[in-house]
Design a protein around this ligand. Structure first.
Ligand SMILES: Cc1cc2nc3c(=O)[nH]c(=O)nc-3n(C[C@H](O)[C@H](O)[C@H](O)COP(=O)(O)O)c2cc1C
Length: 398
């Protein structure tokens, strides 16, 4: 959430203005207070009344409007903001920001700001790749300005290439990153997530229902807190998150080998994956045909226990384990906590509604190596990620 955050949105004259309408709506839903400043060119694309209605605040367009509250508007707006986001940002306005040109309400507010600034460029590929725009962006990046980089795509002008403004849903995530205190800066966090998949033949496999959502939520929050994140992910339907190293793996053996490569340099290992405990003893190169047999027995052989192995090798690493159980939760969790060298274990009963593999929520009990245990109510996996990383940070301090 962005509750109480004061975000000033600068809208400049590009076709992507319409997307910024959605951005305002999303920021408001996150609890942010939003004020909008538009350039004259932006007003040619979208009416200020649209932004005014969605933001619930007067939209500022003119430098020399009648004063609304006897303030010097550009200064009070600059002081009001916790963050200024310029989206879409034209080549023209980016150049003005770089050189401190203050010839309209937006560029004057920008010149008067002390808060962080984020810029979401949006323009034709040739404009984006031009020497001037590239140099302007480079210089601003070096000054600490955040850039919400555009992606490649079909542009309004019909060209296909770089310059398409980042989607508002992704910008909200970047804004959250900007606001998050970098409490894990300098720490390398390795997270395993999702199921593993063990092949039987070229079309069949053994796997489980893990969605990867818990691990991905932890990885995203750790990134927002400034950690250097490596996400080792089994096959999931989730998009690879930005700002981290994502290593896709398939089988438990592959996951094991990948953790092995990353473990020594890790400060924190979060074992939220659900690796298969067993794999078919023999892989069949050709598809097993139905007619060949009336029944089929697949022999399974145990996979290495990744958590236990690295729990034994651990030096200074802080290790968080997970236990998804269907019965005797406490007994299984306590045993794993001790056997696998975890600092704490997050246990859930997968048969409980709201605590399963696939959903967005979980209901967990945490067992800590210091002897305490605590029940947590049903909460979103994103909220649980906070609980887990707060406990990790406490653990690192003690
Ligand atoms: C239909 C149309 C679309 C435009 N789209 C963009 C754009 O996406 N990016 C950009 O940098 N300029 C674009 N321009 C040019 C800017 O509107 C122009 O450079 C203007 O001076 C920008 O002013 P501002 O930076 O004060 O908003 C577009 C112009 C027109 C007519």
């Amino acid at each position: 959430m962005l509750t109480g955050k004061r975000i000033l949105l600068g809208v400049t004259g590009g076709i992507a203005c319409y997307k910024s309408v959605d951005l305002v709506s999303r920021l408001k839903k996150q609890g942010a207070e939003v004020k909008v400043v538009m350039t004259d060119a932006a007003c040619e694309f979208v009416s200020p009344i649209t932004f005014q209605t969605l933001s619930g605040n007067v939209v500022h367009t003119k430098m020399f409007d009648q004063l609304f509250n006897m303030d010097v508007e550009h200064i009070s707006l600059a002081k009001w903001a916790d963050l200024i986001v310029v989206a879409p940002a034209t080549a023209n306005t980016i150049a003005k920001i770089r050189y401190g040109i203050a010839d309209n309400m937006l560029t004057t507010v920008l010149q008067a700001r002390r808060c962080p600034l984020a810029i979401a460029p949006a323009m034709n590929t040739a404009m984006y790749e031009s020497k001037q725009t590239q140099e302007n962006m480079k210089a601003l990046k070096e000054e600490g300005v955040h850039f919400f980089d555009p992606c490649d795509g079909l542009l309004a002008c019909g060209d296909v290439g770089a310059g398409k403004m980042m989607e508002p849903v992704d910008m909200v995530e970047r804004i959250r990153y900007v606001f998050t205190e970098k409490t894990l800066a300098g720490k390398k966090v390795v997270i395993t997530a999702g199921p593993t998949l063990e092949r039987i033949d070229p079309v069949r496999f053994v796997s489980n229902h893990s969605s990867g959502k818990m691990g991905y939520s932890i990885a995203e929050l750790a990134r927002n807190r400034g950690a250097d994140v490596t996400l080792i992910s089994g096959p999931t339907k989730l998009e690879a998150p930005w700002g981290m190293k994502v290593i896709p793996v398939e089988s438990t053996l592959e996951m094991f080998a990948t953790v092995e490569k990353e473990f020594d340099s890790a400060d924190i290992l979060v074992k939220s994956a659900a690796p298969s405990d067993f794999r078919p003893a023999h892989y069949t190169d050709e598809k097993i045909k139905k007619k060949e047999k009336d029944s089929l027995t697949i022999e399974l052989t145990p996979n290495p226990d990744i958590a236990k192995h690295f729990g034994k090798l651990k030096k200074n690493q802080f290790i968080v384990g997970f236990a998804a159980e269907s019965h005797m939760l406490e007994e299984h969790a306590q045993r794993k906590l001790k056997e696998k060298g975890f600092d704490f274990i997050v246990a859930n009963n997968i048969t409980q509604e709201g605590a399963g593999f696939k959903g967005d929520t979980n209901i967990v009990k945490i067992f800590h190596k210091e002897g305490w245990q605590k029940d947590y109510p049903m909460m979103a996996k994103t909220e649980l990620a906070k609980v887990i990383l707060d406990l990790v940070e406490e653990g690192l301090k003690s």
